[in-house]
Design a protein around this ligand. Structure first.
Ligand SMILES: [Zn+2]
Length: 633
């Protein structure tokens, strides 16, 4: 009994290590339905202690014990690659009926680009249901995005059977989640002081360029700012708070001035030279590498050699194309606290009206759940409409695939700190306004992070530049990503919106089906309807691209029977969603105008069917799922 007792005592730590969970994945005893069974299992091996089969019994025992534990992930820190991998593997292992895990591609450093296909597989394969797509880390440093993806997946699987809405959605809907598109880049970001856009590969220059190269000089794990005293400098210390820098006024002469650079060393330094920042060593931007509107490097920095030239973007594009059931998408980024929607290369007014209306109606749910506004990329998000950003994933999804896609900019320190969010009008702010906003963010750190978001300026003996000072706002986990203590609330509100967003997809349902005798023949009548908000064609963009597919109707007859009217397989065209029915308030009443219908009725005349035999009627659409019913003659 002693063996069994100590064994039970160590079972928790054993469960954790045996399943290869990292420290953040805890196997937690499920007290409500596990207590009695757990007790019985605890004493079970004791009865076999005298027999040779004890080892085998223990193995069976251990396997069975797993059922009394649930997986628990924590969202109080960012997952490095190993943790993220363990988390997605744990979900796939713990919930085999809900999660399929695959590698969508392998990066140059040998990491998997994990893709989760989540649905209730008992009600059908992932490919048979309307699907919602989500990804993170097109931009490697925007790791809040990948955590939002992991949290979303985690809430789905742990909510199944516990939460009615999640359970119902998983029965009818598929969720495709690629949490970390650029695992190499994110790993570099999470394990070093480096800041980078997308991937830790030299681009566009093969070697380091001359100029100030960012580097953590004082070994505090952060690349902060470096102020270099210079009588001809452009910056001075702000009189309202000495921690803040402000641009020198045009008539400022005779004071103490500075030049500002990232903390770092000067490549190819020559004493007394005019200092310049070096071009980024890792300048690749995966979100400028998609085919729609792609421009080469001279016009679009970060674009790389040609569209989908990178394994990360190619893997994502192949994944999307391999899953034609995808009907809506979100791509997670930071920072800004806004949902940006396509088109991003032309005015919203030039896009089909109904698509823009849809983006706004769905986006309202994001504003309710997340407190973030929505903005059209081109009209409201770009700071330069002449040289607009191009080759973005959301544009490729909308303009080439006809799939609506939001770019979700998570976390907004400015909003939190009460700094006025003037994006994209930031260039119209005065220098004093910018300094005041910066001060608000520093004060927010003082009040909410105990001051740890800002590092006060400290003298540093620079090997090349002499006496400089290093300090400033921490960029990576204060400005660009949420501080750890704010991560869970950020990903939780993202979950709430995305769950609602995933409910807008089109779904085919049988409204009625009947079989009536008509003389010697039978008349089979079936009405199929789209119960979703979106139409089966999803967007007018898809219609314009001529890539929308018709709803298909099929009848399978018993052997002796034959069709006299109607075809065995028919294409029925599109079905409108309830969101596309033209209705609204009009002069103190509600008016409904003529719209395309959300349902369609099909009839077949069948001869020669033996009484009591059956036929199967089915309807299907790649983006709206399928339904079938049997009728009896
Ligand atoms: Zn981004």
């Amino acid at each position: 009994m002693q063996t069994v007792y100590s064994f039970s005592c160590h079972i928790h730590s054993f469960m954790v290590t045996a399943q290869g969970y990292p420290h953040n994945v805890k196997a937690v005893f499920y007290p409500f339905n596990g207590c009695i069974k757990f007790f019985l299992f605890s004493i079970f091996p004791y009865f076999f202690a005298e027999y040779d089969c004890i080892l085998f019994v223990y193995m069976v025992y251990l396997y069975a014990l797993r059922r009394f534990f649930i997986m628990k992930l924590t969202f109080d820190h960012y997952y490095e690659y190993e943790e993220l991998t363990a988390a997605v593997k744990a979900m796939a292992e713990e919930y085999p009926g809900l999660v399929h895990l695959e590698s969508a591609g392998v990066t140059p450093e040998g990491r998997d680009i994990w893709a989760l296909s989540i649905t209730d597989y008992a009600t059908g394969d992932h490919s048979e249901k309307p699907a919602y797509y989500m990804d993170g880390n097109h931009h490697a440093g925007e790791v809040t995005g990948s955590m939002a993806c992991i949290y979303f997946a985690y809430r789905l699987v742990t909510g199944y059977g516990q939460d009615d809405k999640i359970t119902a959605l998983l029965k009818t809907t598929t969720y495709y989640i690629i949490p970390r598109i650029s695992p190499d880049g994110s790993q570099a970001y999470l394990t070093s002081p480096e800041m980078l856009r997308s991937a830790n590969r030299p681009y566009p220059y093969p070697t380091l360029c001359a100029g100030v190269q960012p580097q953590d000089l004082d070994g505090d794990g952060e690349i902060l700012m470096m102020r270099v005293p210079d009588p001809n400098g452009e910056w001075k210390i702000y009189d309202k708070d000495p921690r803040i820098m402000v641009k020198r006024k045009p008539d400022d002469i005779g004071g103490t001035y500075y030049r500002m650079f990232p903390e770092g060393m000067v490549k190819d330094y020559e004493a007394g030279q005019f200092l310049q920042p070096a071009p980024a060593k890792w300048g690749l931007d995966l979100n400028r590498n998609y085919p729609f509107g792609w421009f080469p490097e001279h016009r679009q920095p970060g674009a790389s050699a040609y569209p989908l030239s990178e394994v990360e973007t190619r893997s994502v594009a192949n994944f999307v194309l391999a899953h034609p059931n995808i009907g809506s998408a979100t791509t997670m980024h930071t920072t800004g606290g806004v949902l940006a929607y396509p088109p991003g290369t032309r005015k919203a007014a030039s896009a089909p009206k109904r698509d823009i209306q849809m983006y706004k109606e769905v986006g309202e749910m994001a504003t309710v759940e997340m407190g973030y506004p929505i903005a059209n990329v081109f009209d409201e998000f770009l700071s330069d409409q002449e040289n607009y950003s191009s080759g973005a994933f959301d544009d490729w999804m909308y303009e080439h695939q006809g799939i609506p896609c939001y770019t979700v900019e998570l976390w907004n320190l400015q909003q939190r700190s009460g700094a006025e969010d003037r994006w994209p009008e930031v260039n119209k702010m005065t220098e004093d306004q910018k300094a005041m906003d910066y001060l608000k963010m520093v004060k927010w750190s003082d009040e909410n992070l105990g001051g740890k978001g800002f590092v006060d300026w400290a003298p540093y003996d620079h090997p090349q530049l002499g006496k400089v000072e290093i300090g400033g706002l921490k960029f990576k986990f204060v400005f660009q990503n949420c501080p750890n203590e704010y991560l869970e609330q950020e990903v939780e509100k993202t979950f709430r919106f995305c769950l609602r967003h995933s409910a807008v997809l089109p779904h085919l349902a049988l409204k009625s089906v009947s079989c009536q005798k008509a003389g010697d023949a039978y008349c089979v009548t079936a009405t199929v309807q789209n119960t979703g908000y979106l139409p089966t064609f999803i967007t007018a963009s898809a219609q314009n691209l001529k890539i929308d597919k018709p709803v298909k109707a099929e009848i399978t007859l018993p052997e002796s029977a034959k069709l006299v009217i109607g075809k065995q397989s028919m294409e029925l065209g599109s079905l409108e969603g309830f969101g596309g029915v033209d209705t609204g308030y009009y002069y103190g009443t509600i008016a409904t105008h003529k719209s395309d219908p959300t349902q369609i009725t099909v009839q077949w005349m069948v001869e020669g069917a033996a009484p009591g035999s059956t036929a199967t009627v089915s309807f299907s659409h790649p983006k709206a799922g399928s339904v079938a019913a049997e009728v009896q003659f």
